[in-house]
Ligand binder design. Structure first.
Ligand code: NAP
Length: 468
């Protein structure tokens, strides 16, 4: 004997049908809109369709296994649900309306007798669960979120060392994510260029953006590794629009050649993610005679971004995301020693100064490109367990391993800045965990407007490029 309970809810959302279908059919993202869900995971590889499977972990402590049994793009999704407690069939129907899309959600649950009796005893419970799920779906798809504002308590926490450092850990990430909004933006017409996409945060970013359907250009220095990664991303996500560009980014000639190729191809760039980076010890000078930390972490993103500006402003709403580091808090810019030649060289100091320089560029670009509608933001990932951290800071990695974030957790704010509708409305900020943070916590690191202009002048001179 089984007991059957049926839910049937309809909502109207102000989104085109292709966008509504794309978001809802990537069913692991249910964790963003159904308040009863703790975590959604896609279990199968390749393009979504009949046979795709998801594990949905409920906050109540049990899991559901979803299998797609009918897949009619922009029309209908049918899924079988298996769990220890019940089975169900969920059908989601999509209809275009004058103002967006109507979505009908029909779920038929079959409970074994004992649980059916419990369900009978709480007749409104299942109904409420269904209603709150579709209300969450509507909120996600209507996409009217506002970007978080800078907060005094966050700034104070950063100034007090321990709360600030707690925020860098995986615990900080977990605390922050409780406040986050869904991101349902459609990426099918979005082209994202990511530097350093072959490892760590860049790779984690590429994985998520590929799964959400963005067209990607991965900039890498190692062609064999890049090809392997692009192939693996296509296999995992079903996204074949993944291009590779090879450039050793510490060399200006290679950055220029990369920019030449991209400009010649003329594909507009919606999002540029300046992520490639390394902590370099001992002091190294490139074949072009430049100190390598400075060349890779500051001069290269300066040149690449300036040169790609024509492609960033083609479509409204271009975005630049500069991946910085919390280490930047310890250093101000040294305009008289940009290449770290004075005194004893420290890779960590050179790294932090270059990141500081990129923050200064973020501030200036945000102002300068406001009229073009380009949002320029910087972020730092906290402390994430990436190959880069393990190889360049082995002792730190050993001691903090249990507190480090996964690469995906570290990359979350890059992805949010690249995709969230509300993130495009803010420019010139420094973010951690989708929250703006102060760019300075120490008085001695502050720079003036003149310092920022002097920096740009020095960089433009080194790359022999006229200032825009
Ligand atoms: N992980 C953290 O906790 C953390 C904290 C603060 C800031 N960050 C920043 O996050 C960014 C990503 O770091 P990650 O931790 O993900 O490190 P990672 O695992 O070492 O990845 C770095 C990426 O940059 C590429 N790269 C390095 N040097 C390059 C060069 N000269 N030319 C072209 N590409 C180059 C690497 O290519 P290969 O694959 O060929 O090596 C790789 O794809 C960096 O900007 C880093 O400063 C990370």
């Amino acid at each position: 004997m089984t007991r059957t309970i049926k839910l049937d809810e309809t909502i109207e959302v102000s989104r085109p049908i292709n966008e509504a279908f794309a978001y809802i059919s990537e069913f692991s993202r249910i964790e963003e809109w159904d308040p009863a869900v703790a975590r959604g995971t896609r279990l199968t590889e390749g393009a979504l369709g009949v046979g795709s499977e998801f594990r949905i972990d409920m906050k109540a402590g049990f899991s559901l296994h979803y299998t797609v049994i009918a897949w009619e793009p922009e029309r209908r999704l049918l899924m079988r649900v298996d769990s220890k407690a019940f089975t169900a069939v969920e059908e989601i129907l999509f209809t275009a309306t004058n103002t967006g899309t109507r979505i009908q959600y029909i779920a038929t649950f079959k409970f074994p007798t004992a649980l059916g009796l419990i369900a009978n005893a709480f007749p409104g419970l299942m109904d409420r669960v269904g209603k709150s799920a579709v209300a969450g779906m509507k909120r996600a798809l209507d996409d009217q979120m506002s970007a978080p504002l800078a907060s005094r308590s966050v700034a104070l926490g950063d100034k007090l060392l321990l709360p600030g450092l707690f925020g860098f850990t995986r615990l900080g990430y977990r605390r922050a994510r409780k406040q986050w909004n869904p991101v349902s933006a459609y990426l099918g017409d979005c082209h994202v260029l990511i530097t350093g996409a072959t490892s760590g945060l860049g790779l984690a970013t590429a994985e998520v953006l590929a799964a959400r359907g963005a067209e990607l250009t991965l900039v890498a220095r190692d062609g064999v590794k890049a090809k392997r990664i692009a192939k693996a991303l296509t296999k995992k996500t079903g996204n074949a629009r993944i291009h590779i560009e090879i450039a050793e980014l510490s060399l200006l000639a290679e950055v220029n050649a990369l920019a030449d190729r991209l400009l010649k191809a003329g594909r507009p760039i919606d999002v540029l993610i300046n992520n490639a980076g390394a902590l370099i010890n001992p002091r190294t000078v490139t074949s072009e005679g430049l100190e390598k930390s400075f060349a890779l972490l500051l001069l290269s993103p300066y040149l690449l971004t300036e040169r790609l500006y024509p492609l960033l402003k083609v479509k409204p709403g271009g975005r630049v995301i500069n991946v910085l580091s919390g280490g930047m808090y310890s250093q101000g810019i040294h305009l008289d020693d940009l290449q770290n030649a004075k005194g004893k060289y420290s890779g960590s100091v050179a790294y932090a100064r270059a990141k500081r320089g990129l923050m200064m560029l973020t501030t200036e670009w945000a102002k300068r490109w406001q009229a073009d509608g380009i949002a320029v933001n910087a972020m730092h990932p906290g402390w994430a367990d990436t190959p880069g951290v393990e190889s360049s800071l082995p002792a730190f990695h050993r001691v903090t391993k249990k507190l480090l974030r996964t690469p995906a957790e570290g990359a979350d704010t890059i992805i949010w800045l690249a995709t969230a509708t509300e993130a495009a409305k803010v420019s010139g900020e420094f973010w951690l965990d989708r929250q703006p943070h102060p760019a300075h916590v120490l008085a001695h690191t502050q720079e003036s407007v003149e310092d920022r202009q002097a920096l740009i002048k020095a960089l433009s001179k080194l790359v022999a490029m006229p200032q825009q």
